[in-house]
Design a protein around this ligand. Structure first.
Ligand SMILES: O=C(O)CCC(=O)C(=O)O
Length: 254
């Protein structure tokens, strides 16, 4: 078993539902991934997800509206390029997740498996949600690994998290039709008050639990914010038959 994460880090993840690992990606790896991302954005290399398709508040109304071709995600990151594949399979990540999940690790290709590209002007905010909301697995125990390819600050749309919220029981009336925490539900006020911003420096990595409530602001800077996101499950935590989670396939990593 790997000893990449210390006992204190393992306790912190279990308590808070997230963990920041500073400087995990070298400047060379970051530069290589950034170059691939810039090229794929320029060429509009599919599969892509556009802000207009996500349709969050403030997004362009259609692909043909002003800003309609603003890319939100380069999907299929694992299948795009060797450097992204190598990052997804980085032995430190696999070892760390194995420590957290206490079983062999599988990369899910159905969810995340993307480079998030939050653009100035048309890059929209994301409400408070749990990643598991659209995912269908035996247990809510996946881990997302988020790599900051550049600095992530409040002004360019850094993630916010509610520490410990992966352990909370949430009532259906606290959520809207898309499973975002409702801003008008009285019980949610105390939760929102606990939200904190996770500012990251280029190369930092955030591990977070698929039940952790998180959100992000718009990008008010003048540069695209790029972050790589992969999601991992334990080998016994199988996707439900017939679901999108099962259809996307996966890669056994240990
Ligand atoms: O960068 C953002 O707006 C948040 C992305 C996110 O949390 C997600 O796609 O699950």
């Amino acid at each position: 078993m790997s000893d990449f994460l210390s006992p204190a880090q393992l306790r912190q993840f279990r308590q808070d539902g997230y963990l920041v690992l500073p400087g995990m990606a070298s400047p060379e790896v970051r530069a290589h991934i950034r170059a691939v991302v810039q090229d794929h954005l320029q060429q509009a290399t599919p599969p892509l997800e556009y802000e207009a398709e996500v349709g969050y508040p403030g997004a362009p109304d259609s692909l043909d509206a002003p800003g309609g071709r603003t890319v939100r995600r380069l999907q299929g990151a694992y299948q795009r390029n060797d450097v992204l594949r190598a990052w997804a399979e980085d032995p430190r990540i696999v070892g760390g997740i194995e420590q957290l999940l206490e079983e062999p690790v599988v990369l899910t290709l159905a969810h995340h498996n993307c480079v998030m590209t939050k653009h100035p002007h048309y890059g929209t905010a994301t409400g408070w949600h749990r990643d598991i909301r659209y995912w269908r697995f035996a247990r809510n125990e996946l881990v997302t690994v988020w790599l900051a390819l550049g600095d992530e600050r409040v002004d360019n749309g850094a993630l916010h998290v509610i520490p410990g919220s992966h352990r909370l029981d949430i009532k259906p009336e606290q959520l809207d039709a898309l499973d975002f925490l409702r801003s008008d539900a009285p019980e949610n006020a105390a939760l929102f008050a606990q939200g904190i911003t996770v500012e990251l420096q280029a190369g930092d990595v955030l591990f977070f639990h698929s039940g952790l409530f998180h959100a992000a602001g718009p990008n008010q800077s003048d540069a695209v914010k790029m972050s790589v996101a992969f999601a991992y499950r334990g080998s016994s935590n199988l996707p439900l038959a017939g679901s999108r989670s099962a259809a996307g396939g996966d890669v056994a990593l240990s």
